[in-house]
Unconditional design. Structure first.
Length: 363
């Protein structure tokens, strides 16, 4: 087993452990666990039983009083109502600022649990244990927490770093192919935003990762997680523009996800959002043809299923992208690609171009 350990100074010290078949975190991080009076393991109620067993092995209760809380599946977990339900549960069970939340699940679970941890008692400690490929390379790291509002993604949220992030790729053994492919959508993003070595690692491992190859998944997880952890350390609160690059493809991607009404997994929507950004980049003369082809081929390699019919409403798409948090008063704002690893924001892009990119992304 190979593990990668990171200690990063954000607004607080964050430990991250990435590897396979890890065990017993309390013995590795005694200061974090020995002081906790109560633990609550938060999971996705629809995830396989083996996930809960694996999480219990990683986080044995020790002397702390131990509770579990099951959330509804996927985006149904990311609602204000679920956040209050979790907070109420913690309150009724007597959780204090000495208690600890452990989120073991996909990005929906880590986003919601991190959000609850940030508001309960004005902030208690939490641990992120992402169990999907997407959450191990992205959602479970970096301290952005969120719930959705009226169908719009991540409208209410906070920055609240987990004290510890544990990416154990053994969780991925039970992940269905559609979720691996969804994670690979974010993986392809890293090939477009990251430096040369990260891009080459993704290019080399993409098809093996899609086939569930253990070693490829661990290599990709470690490379992407390391990049994200370091990037976030330089711009924890998304203020200087550095962290923004992680949002490539997300403005259009979030709109595709919302339009599909829960029928398009997040990473798949991001992959379509990346294609949208590549088409706009090429059509506005930023991205030369050969570079476009090379990057677009990574999206083709994902073999995305056809998008649902109800997701093709261009008017609604325009309304959604204009409401994006990042639009900053413009009609629309998208990150575009000048070259692999070189991004540039474009604002108020013309309707005809948007329509071409929209049609191309949903082909
Ligand atoms: N906070 C951030 O920085 C950030 C970054 C990217 C994405 N996100 C958010 O992450 C969410 C998407 O995360 P996701 O793709 O992990 O989806 P998800 O949490 O919805 O999980 C997807 C599915 O996988 C199942 N699952 C989870 N672990 C499993 C396992 N080990 N074996 C079998 N099944 C398992 C779940 O039950 C669920 O059905 C979105 O809400 C997105 O907005 C957040």
């Amino acid at each position: 087993m190979k593990t990668f350990n990171f200690t990063v100074k954000y607004s607080r010290t964050v430990y991250a452990v990435i590897g396979r078949d890890m065990s017993d975190m309390p013995s590795q991080f005694p200061a974090l666990f020995s002081g906790a009076d109560k633990l609550c393991l938060v999971t996705d109620g629809a995830a396989p039983r083996s996930l809960k067993a694996r999480a219990a092995a990683l986080f044995p209760p020790g002397k702390a009083e131990y509770f579990t809380f099951a959330l509804p599946a996927s985006e149904k977990a990311k609602t204000p109502d679920q956040a209050w339900k979790l907070c109420s549960f913690l309150f009724l069970k007597g959780f204090s600022r000495d208690s600890l939340l452990i989120a073991a699940g996909g990005g929906a679970v880590t986003d919601l649990t991190g959000f609850a941890a940030s508001v309960y008692m004005r902030g208690i400690n939490w641990i992120s244990a992402p169990t999907t490929f997407l959450a191990q390379i992205d959602a479970g790291l970096g301290g952005k927490t969120a719930v959705n509002l009226r169908g719009a993604k991540n409208v209410v949220g906070t920055f609240h770093q987990p004290a510890l992030a544990v990416c154990d790729t053994a969780f991925l053994d039970s992940l269905p192919h559609a979720e691996l492919r969804s994670g690979a959508g974010e993986l392809v993003k890293y090939a477009m935003i990251g430096p040369g070595p990260l891009r080459r690692a993704v290019e080399k491992n993409l098809s093996k990762a899609l086939a569930g190859d253990e070693s490829a998944l661990t290599t990709c997880t470690a490379a992407c997680a390391a990049y994200k952890i370091k990037l976030v350390a330089k711009d924890e609160r998304d203020e200087t523009g550095l962290r923004e690059r992680l949002n490539l493809g997300h403005t259009a991607g979030h709109a595709f996800e919302a339009l599909a009404g829960g029928r398009m997994p997040h990473g798949e929507a991001v992959a379509r959002g990346l294609r949208f950004a590549l088409i706009l980049s090429a059509r506005t003369g930023r991205l030369p043809g050969p570079a476009f082809k090379k990057l677009d081929a990574l999206i083709t390699a994902l073999r995305l299923p056809s998008p649902p019919e109800l997701g093709r409403d261009f008017r609604k798409f325009l309304a959604l992208v204009s409401m994006d948090k990042k639009a900053r008063g413009a009609h629309n704002r998208f990150l575009l690609v000048n070259a692999p690893g070189r991004l540039e924001a474009a604002e108020n892009v013309k309707m005809a171009l948007l329509k071409k990119a929209f049609d191309g992304a949903l082909k």
